[in-house]
Design a protein around this ligand. Sequence first.
Ligand SMILES: Nc1ncnc2c1ncn2[C@@H]1O[C@H](COP(=O)(O)OP(=O)(O)OP(=O)(O)O)[C@@H](O)[C@H]1O
Ligand SMILES: [Mg+2]
Length: 362
Amino acid sequence: MQKKEKQLNALYKNIPIPVYTWKRAGEDFILEDCSDAAVMITQHKIEDLIGIKAKEFYNDVPEIYDGIIRCFAEKRTIEREIQYQLKATDERKFLSVKYTFIAPDLVLEYADDITEKKTLQAAAIRIGHLVSLGELSAGVAHEINNSIHGVINYAQMLKGRCCEKGEDNDIPGRIIKEGERVATIVKNLFYFARSRKEEHSPVHIKDILSDALGLVETRIIKNGIKISIDFPSELPMIKARRHEIQQVFLNILNNAQYALNRKFQVTHENKIIEIKGEVIEFEGQKHVRTTFYDRGTGISEDILDKIGDPFFSTKPQDEGAGLGLSISHDILKNHGGRLLFESVEGEYIKVMVDILVDNGLE
Ligand SMILES: Nc1ncnc2c1ncn2[C@@H]1O[C@H](COP(=O)(O)OP(=O)(O)OP(=O)(O)O)[C@@H](O)[C@H]1O
Ligand SMILES: [Mg+2]
């Protein structure tokens, strides 16, 4: 019997999840024992933990404390999903906390870290939304494509007639030019929506950038933001899934637009997104680096290394899910690349996208 007890105790201590045994003590509950994983996660000494009151222990996460109360009251196993911010690192964590009623005065609490599962779920939902949006866009793009070519055709006919009569043909010319611009945007949208199963293929990064800009440029310019592009013409090709890199660029451009609009409500000479292309070398291999530089709100140094984390966002909930950069980070990892940031709060941010050069092998 003693041996069995020892075994159970060893099991309780060594189980690789935080387990807490709470004992009722008047109105509150005190910690009777906990597993080594719980000691590790709380970063306290075991002697400081034993006897601690639940209310004090869960002072800043009252949802966990409420679970203990409910389990005692309902005398049955209950489960809760809890979201909280780790004090030490500011990381956002998701926990699945279970409470089991094991004796009239004892409740066992154990928690699973489900942050990764949640991240994958959120990414899947977002991808699901993108897929339906993509299908919708493809349908709309197809319709617009047919009509816009009709418009261009008629404008061309008009231009011919104007010319015959020797009249000013500037207006049909402008219709053709604008119509072609719409046709390009629509073509990109169609391509973006339909190319999810695309293979990696050699492409010029500047072409991907133009496609991305084609989709958002009008909105950016309407916001009084200028765009300056500095790409040497002889940049090597990369091997990429074009629409994925386009998605990375679109998010960076949207982020820059948001930051510039927040800093400058009206037009300003610094309300500009500067985009530069160059070749750099890291880990002994050549990469094309695209740098997006904006002098918007920037990011403070202590959160700079967190902006690529899933769910990290400083935007109101309906304006940002905090997934753009983390998805971009994954996309770039799959392209032998990386995402880097440099910023001074209130001054500027530089977002650098490095992608492996296509070395023509295979
Ligand atoms: N150009 C920028 N200037 C200032 N802050 C930025 C910039 N780009 C990103 N950030 C910061 O990084 C955070 C994370 O960006 P990310 O694109 O991952 O998510 P989001 O834009 O908040 O939401 P989502 O992209 O999912 O709509 C932003 O909320 C913002 O705080
Ligand atoms: Mg974003």
